[in-house]
Design a protein around this ligand. Structure first.
Ligand code: FDA
Length: 317
């Protein structure tokens, strides 16, 4: 039998790609506080302001210009241009040197879903973003989306790494394939962000049970910590954060040879606690007005958030 929370999660994730619901919610006069909790703002200046605040607290950042599932070439180009503008602005504010603030890019936001040459176009745009990041002295991490794109995205990362070896990849512990991917990719200098995975995936490719996803996360983490790469532990799960620390100790990792990562607005006290304990702590900060898909995935992770969100829609709509 499916648990109620799993059913709610699946339902919400289904809505993340429903255009009618997307337009209803995006145009509803919902409380800006709900969006503002998870999204830094709409403009480059908002992203720079949040990055400055993080930097002031000794935290690292990775910025995501929202705009996934883009099917329009002009929009894909505009997303690329936003990243170029952002990297210029961050650099002018002295926030990029040494990778203090980097960027995260979804290939679907820069052209992967355009059909025909989509993959090639996305990769060209990602390459231009990497060139701007290199000029600014920082790095780029390529986000991972649903499983139908995993092979293309990983082969894109491999291609980009020929010129920009610091390009980071994301692996999702809920996929059966990921432990093997972690072993393959745990090579010297390889930046790998390990997350649980946020999309609605079928039982043919992904663990469905939360505890199985957690066990897979631990196996993947072990492969990364044991290997020669640079693990980026992207989870808010207190148990997994603790296990990551124990594995880092077991494999005699120095505190600058891996980092923790969490999302903007989620467990902020934990961001500061880990940083104060001497760990590298990076915050993933989304900005831009295309916040719908991102927000629905955050709601799906926590039914209490979905109820809060629904109440604010009803009371203000
Ligand atoms: P889990 O969802 O089990 O949450 C553990 C605890 O964290 C909860 O009990 C709660 O206390 C807190 N928490 C979690 N989510 C919350 C929320 N929304 N609101 C309030 N509290 C919450 N996914 C993906 O598929 N591709 C990607 O590229 C990325 N990239 C990425 C980058 C970074 C830096 C992070 C942290 C995460 C991602 N993700 C992602 C998302 C990831 O796959 C996953 O969906 C979320 O991180 C939630 O999983 P947790 O590991 O936090 O555990």
């Amino acid at each position: 039998m499916i648990e109620p929370s799993a059913a709610l999660r699946a339902g919400l994730l289904g809505l993340s790609r429903n255009d009618t619901v997307r337009s209803l919610v995006q145009n509803a006069p919902i409380s800006r506080d709900v969006v503002a909790r998870y999204v830094s703002g709409e403009a480059t200046a908002d992203a720079v302001r949040t990055s400055t605040e993080l930097n002031g607290k000794g935290l690292l950042g990775t910025l995501d210009f929202l705009g996934e599932d883009c099917t329009d070439l002009e929009q894909a180009r505009s997303t690329r241009d936003n990243y170029l503008e952002l990297l210029g602005a961050l650099s002018e504010h002295g926030l990029t040197e040494g990778g203090v603030i980097e960027v995260s890019v979804k290939l679907s936001a820069v052209g992967q879903y355009l059909g025909g040459d989509g993959n090639k176009i996305a990769l060209e745009h990602a390459r231009e973003i990497c060139e701007a990041a290199a000029r600014a002295g920082t790095t780029v991490t390529i986000d991972m989306e649903d499983h139908t794109t995993t092979d293309d995205t990983l082969s894109g990362v491999r291609e980009l790494r020929e010129d920009f070896p610091w390009v980071g990849a994301v692996l999702q512990a809920y996929l059966f394939r990921t432990e093997a991917d972690c072993k393959d990719l745990a090579t010297a200098g390889s930046r790998i962000r390990l997350c649980k995975g946020a999309y609605k995936e079928p039982g043919s490719v992904a663990y469905q049970d939360k505890s199985e996803v957690d066990l897979s996360y631990v196996r993947c983490l072990k492969a990364l910590m044991e290997g020669d790469g640079y693990p980026m532990v992207a989870s808010h799960d207190p148990r997994l954060v603790q296990i990551a620390g124990s594995l880092a100790d077991r494999y005699l990792r120095a505190s600058d040879s891996f980092e923790y990562q969490m999302l903007y607005g989620i467990r902020p006290a934990e961001h500061e606690r880990l940083s104060a304990a001497g760990h590298k702590m990076r915050i993933y900060v989304p900005y831009g007005n295309e916040w719908y898909g991102y927000l629905v995935r955050r709601m799906a992770e926590r039914p209490a958030n979905a109820l809060f969100f629904a109440r604010s829609l009803v009371s203000r709509g």
